[in-house]
Write a protein that binds this ligand. Structure first.
Ligand SMILES: [Zn+2]
Length: 238
């Protein structure tokens, strides 16, 4: 009876070990894949994606001659003039985000549209400003993927490069990295918006309007904030 129990325990233990090993291998693989492609927000635990904005403000001179302020989840991103194009790259959490457009300095004249982030995308649309509203026209969302043909070309290029040239370019890259490090800005206090992934000077107007749950203090260099996946605010230029 004692012997049987011992055998049973041994078998149980070995089955347990096999399961644990399989689990560790699986987790290991997953982690390897994660680190190469995915960026996870440390605070929310959500995947971060890139939203490339390409907005054209249609001239509509008869009715209005104003600029349009662009906000993402109520944070100011920039201003676009009629007849001009606005392009900007944003880092956003997965899920739904609101893009709001309003008459410069007048939030009562506005329009908005929602973008659901589940991959890197380009939002192309045109704005039309009227006396009482801002219309978002021709909204188009397309995936932002590197073209496979370009990737194949660059691989071929890398393979056919003579060894000296490869070494030279590596040296140049090292030099560039070194000079980047030497030109780093001083450490100071910034305010992060963990939702729109922008960082601000503490006295920026956007900071005052920011929701508390999206606000986070950061102490470090400008480059360190950017390494964390944050982009400088276009209003206060931190
Ligand atoms: Zn700012």
């Amino acid at each position: 009876m004692l012997m049987n129990n011992h055998d049973y325990l041994k078998r149980l233990l070995s089955v347990g070990l096999v399961c644990l090993t399989v689990l560790m291998v699986l987790v290991g693989c997953e982690k390897g894949q994660l680190s190469s492609a995915l960026v996870i927000d440390a605070k929310t635990g959500k995947q971060i994606y890139t939203l490339q904005l390409d907005i054209w403000y249609d001239p509509n001179a008869v009715l209005s001659v104003y600029h349009a302020d662009i906000r993402v989840d109520e944070e100011y991103i920039g201003t676009v003039e009629q007849g001009f194009r606005f392009t900007e790259s944003l880092k956003l959490d997965e899920g739904a985000h609101w893009l709001q457009f309003n008459k410069h300095g007048d939030p009562s004249v506005c329009g908005k549209t929602m973008v659901k982030m589940k991959e890197d995308v380009i939002l192309t649309c045109s704005l039309k400003g009227y006396l009482s509203e801002m219309e978002v026209a021709d909204k188009k969302i397309t995936p932002l993927h590197p073209e496979p043909a370009t990737a194949a070309e660059s691989v071929t290029e890398a393979v056919t490069l003579p060894p000296e040239e490869t070494q030279e370019s590596t040296a140049l890259e090292k030099e560039a990295t070194a000079s980047d490090e030497s030109s780093q800005s001083p450490e100071r206090r910034y305010i992060l918006n963990t939702n729109t992934h922008r960082f601000h000077n503490p006295d920026c107007q956007s900071v005052k309007k920011m929701k508390d749950k999206n606000k986070q203090e950061f102490y470090g260099t400008r480059e360190a904030a950017m390494d964390e996946g944050y982009q400088p605010c276009s209003q206060c230029n931190p």
